[in-house]
Design a protein around this ligand. Structure first.
Ligand SMILES: [Zn+2]
Length: 316
């Protein structure tokens, strides 16, 4: 059994995971502005409570698995860079902390990579050896399994930053410094600014909406609001181009899409498949595009897979 935790911006999901199944689960408010050391202690206490409630002890556990919203080095294991959440994370020796606090070995990885491992173990990507997963919404995240292994690259950055690739080079530099960055052109982080910069915004239904997010955009586009329709069309194109670029780079047999916007999968999936059908150069290729199946469970189940992979490779 593994103690798993998935650190998100709003909540930290926790679980007891055994052989691809979540035996028990819980969640904490993320309090992502608080130091990582403090949140780790809260997680440890919650794990102990979960174990007690389910009549288990730390002796029943092989280790811990942390899914983190950062670039990470899973071999050290450490966080490589913070983005304003859980301050102090880069200073923490997670293996030493886990050993001292719980007497257990630790594994950690970037959250979308762990979610992909979960989908690969028990969800939409089960049985596949080459898979691209993209998370759409707040940003554009990417993770890849290539030839049956999580793709990490020389600096553990492989695929993770694909959402920051330039897809419109004539645009000014965005938040990350990259001109025409895909994430700046289609994500919740920039959606309100994109909307307000449009000439048809002032007279649109969107201008009267309380909140400018994808849920609103999809709803108002369905009602025929031209501004929302245009923004939706742009986002679909950007997502489709990112998927296509990922397909060209990684040659997957399946693309899995996750993120909150997939509530509108009936619109998103056919649009992206159609783009791939029309625009794959050189030769036609039918790449299935599907929605993630496990939701919040993916990064907990994937935590066990990650732990086993790291543990086995350490022992080998
Ligand atoms: Zn960017």
């Amino acid at each position: 059994m593994i103690l798993a935790a998935d650190f998100g911006g709003t909540t930290i999901k926790l679980g007891l995971v055994c052989e691809g199944r979540i035996l028990a689960r819980s969640r904490l408010n993320a309090c992502a502005n608080r130091p990582m050391a403090e949140r780790l202690e809260a997680v440890a206490c919650e794990w102990e409570l979960l174990l007690k409630t389910n009549r288990c002890t730390l002796q029943n556990c092989a280790g811990i698995a942390l899914s983190l919203p950062f670039l990470t080095d899973p071999q050290l294991p450490r966080v490589l860079g913070e983005f304003g959440k859980f301050p102090g994370a880069t200073n923490i020796d997670f293996a030493a902390w886990s050993h001292a606090r719980l007497g257990l070995p630790a594994a950690l990885e970037n959250d979308l990579r762990v979610a992909l491992l979960g989908e690969w173990t028990a969800g939409a990507a089960r049985g596949k050896s080459n898979v691209v997963m993209l998370a759409l919404g707040t940003g554009i995240g990417c993770a890849v399994i290539s030839n049956g292994r999580l793709l990490r690259g020389a600096n553990n950055r492989a695929a993770t930053l694909l959402g920051h690739s330039t897809i419109a080079h004539e645009y000014p530099a965005g938040r990350c410094g990259n001109p025409g960055c895909a994430e700046d052109l289609a994500s919740t982080a920039t959606l309100a600014n994109l909307a307000r910069s449009r000439s048809d915004f002032a007279g649109s239904q969107l201008a009267g909406a309380g909140k400018i997010d994808y849920e609103t955009i999809f709803a108002l586009a369905a009602q025929g609001d031209a501004c929302s329709e245009a923004l939706l069309l742009q986002s679909l194109k950007v997502w489709a181009v990112v998927v296509q670029n990922a397909v060209l780079a990684f040659d997957p047999e399946l693309v899995v899409l996750g993120g909150g916007v997939l509530r509108s999968r009936d619109i998103i999936l056919p649009a992206i498949e159609e783009h791939l059908r029309q625009h794959m150069p050189s030769f036609p290729l039918q790449i299935p595009v599907t929605a993630a199946a496990l939701g919040d469970d993916a990064a907990l189940i994937g935590g066990e897979t990650l732990f086993n992979q790291i543990h086995i490779s350490t022992c080998a």
